[in-house]
Design a protein around this ligand. Structure first.
Ligand SMILES: Nc1ncnc2c1ncn2[C@@H]1O[C@H](COP(=O)(O)OP(=O)(O)OP(=O)(O)O)[C@@H](O)[C@H]1O
Ligand SMILES: [Mg+2]
Length: 320
């Protein structure tokens, strides 16, 4: 298994609402703590990262969130403008071409252009250098949820199939090559220990690793509720409910019962995920802190850092 922290490009994806942004933030904090310069690139989302980390809102231009962490919430318009100016070099020429109404209408109709403007921008940041050194050691792409996420990730392939030889095709090829190089890039899956998210994750893995050949080594199972009861207690709780106890203990018993059933559901989903996915599992606990926040994120970042690779086998201590 390769080291997550040696990757230049880490793409975080999964079903909507499973914790992709939370995992991207935890990864950014742990990578920065290890001395890496990190960019978190979000795809035009209702961004929550600034709230999680307690920073001012993050817009479509790269901004600093503190030591060694930058972020951007990419939008197709601004990303395309940056790209146009980079290629054409002069803002006035860009305006004359790209801001022409006819050209704008034409661009809106080009399939995949919005996706490429964002994926291409994130990829471009992996190549940037400042005074001979990489501007970012790791770019974390907080990708859109499953369906849109797959469309976004396969867009370089679409461009390679349809674009004629030229700059666009060369850049799509470089991006596609990076995304397929397990030494430099990986897709980090995120899911919940529940039936539907587990099913979708198994399908997503088959599409991304199987059909599209992307390197995937790890999955984060987010929001595991810690078990409250010891051996034998869950069965006793479930039995007690069916025996109709005194009215005053009923609400307590009902809460305990929900917790037992939740735990069983999680265990079944985890077992299914483990039997279907040949991946390393990192588990994040459900945190009862409203809105999470910086301290909670720091805690999750430590779990990710400690758990991102299997522990060395006994008798095979890591080299000093
Ligand atoms: N381990 C956790 N414990 C408690 N709450 C969590 C945990 N992880 C995420 N959450 C909460 O779940 C919600 C969704 O998390 P997040 O925004 O990271 O998901 P997402 O996959 O990025 O969502 P979207 O698909 O909308 O971008 C948030 O309210 C977040 O605070
Ligand atoms: Mg998100």
């Amino acid at each position: 298994m390769s080291d997550l922290y040696s990757k230049q490009f880490v793409i975080v994806t999964g079903k909507g609402g499973v914790g992709k942004t939370t995992v991207a933030a935890a990864l950014a904090l742990s990578a920065a703590r290890r001395g890496l310069k990190v960019l978190v690139a979000m795809c035009n989302e209702k961004e929550r990262l600034s709230k999680l980390l307690g920073t001012p809102p993050i817009g479509p231009r790269v901004c600093s969130l503190g030591e060694r962490i930058d972020a951007v919430n990419m939008t197709p318009d601004v990303a395309l403008e940056e790209y146009g100016i980079m290629v054409l070099r002069i803002r006035a020429v860009y305006r004359a071409i790209f801001e022409n109404r006819m050209v704008k209408a034409f661009l809106r109709a080009v399939p995949g252009l919005d996706e490429w403007s964002m994926l291409g921008k994130a990829w471009y940041h992996t190549t940037e250098r400042v005074e001979g050194a990489p501007r970012f050691d790791m770019v974390i792409l907080d990708a859109p949820a499953t369906g849109h996420g797959v469309d976004l990730l396969r867009v370089p392939k679409v461009l390679l199939d349809v674009a004629s030889a030229g700059l666009l095709k060369r850049e799509a090829q470089k991006c596609w090559d990076l995304m397929h190089d397990p030494a430099r890039s990986e897709i980090l899956l995120v899911t919940l220990p529940e039936e539907m998210p587990a099913t979708e994750t198994i399908e997503l893995y088959a599409r991304l690793a199987g059909e599209l050949g992307f390197p995937i080594e790890r999955v984060v199972i987010n929001s595991l509720v810690p078990p409250l009861f010891d051996k034998g207690e869950p069965e006793a709780i479930l039995d007690a409910t069916s025996n109709a106890p005194h009215a005053e203990v009923e609400p307590l018993l009902s809460a305990a019962r929900s917790r037992v059933l939740r735990h069983r559901l999680e265990r079944e989903s985890l077992e299914r995920l483990r039997s279907e996915l040949p991946l390393h599992f990192v588990t994040f606990p459900f945190l009862f802190t409203p809105g999470l926040g910086r301290a909670a994120l720091e805690g999750l970042s430590l779990i990710l850092e400690r758990g991102h690779a299997p522990a060395p086998e006994r008798g095979h201590a890591p080299a000093p």
